[in-house]
Design a protein around this ligand. Structure first.
Ligand code: AMP
Length: 128
């Protein structure tokens, strides 16, 4: 069965898209830890991040870098954290989390709740 992220890639499930190219897609996490929390995925469905091909992994990180730079400039955070977990969704993804303190990357804390309008405003601000 296709992962929820493959369904996003196929357009069967909507997302708040930040950027895409032929191989990768970036969209807002619907349960954000901070304003601008973004997921970067390969369009090709691979569960485990380190099962990606070497050159694919490199290109994915270069793609993520552009988004991280954009997030940093528009959210005025101290840094953009890079987290790979993949325990919930079995489709490789990088979390990009604008952070001002370690607490901003604490996955055990309660997630932020944004309205669709709020998510859309973030896309307008960050979207590439
Ligand atoms: P993990 O697999 O542990 O890295 O967590 C998966 C992440 O994907 C969580 O932060 C979820 O909030 C996020 N997520 C799950 N479904 C969606 C979706 N349809 N759109 C955006 N983010 C999602």
């Amino acid at each position: 069965m296709a992962s929820v992220f493959s369904k996003i890639v196929a357009g069967e499930i909507p997302c708040y898209k930040i950027a895409e190219n032929d191989e990768f897609l970036a969209f807002l996490d619907i349960n954000p830890l901070s304003e601008g929390h973004t997921l970067v995925i390969p369009k090709r469905e691979v569960d485990y991040y380190f099962d990606l091909e070497d050159d694919e992994l490199a290109r994915m990180n270069v793609f993520a870098k552009k988004i991280a730079q954009r997030l940093k400039s528009v959210t005025s955070c101290k840094k953009v954290a890079v987290v790979v977990m993949g325990l919930e969704v079995p489709h490789a993804h990088i979390h990009l989390i604008p952070m001002n303190s370690e607490r901003d990357v604490d996955f055990s804390k309660e997630k932020l709740k944004f309205t669709p309008e709020h998510f859309s405003r973030i896309v307008e601000k960050v979207g590439l």
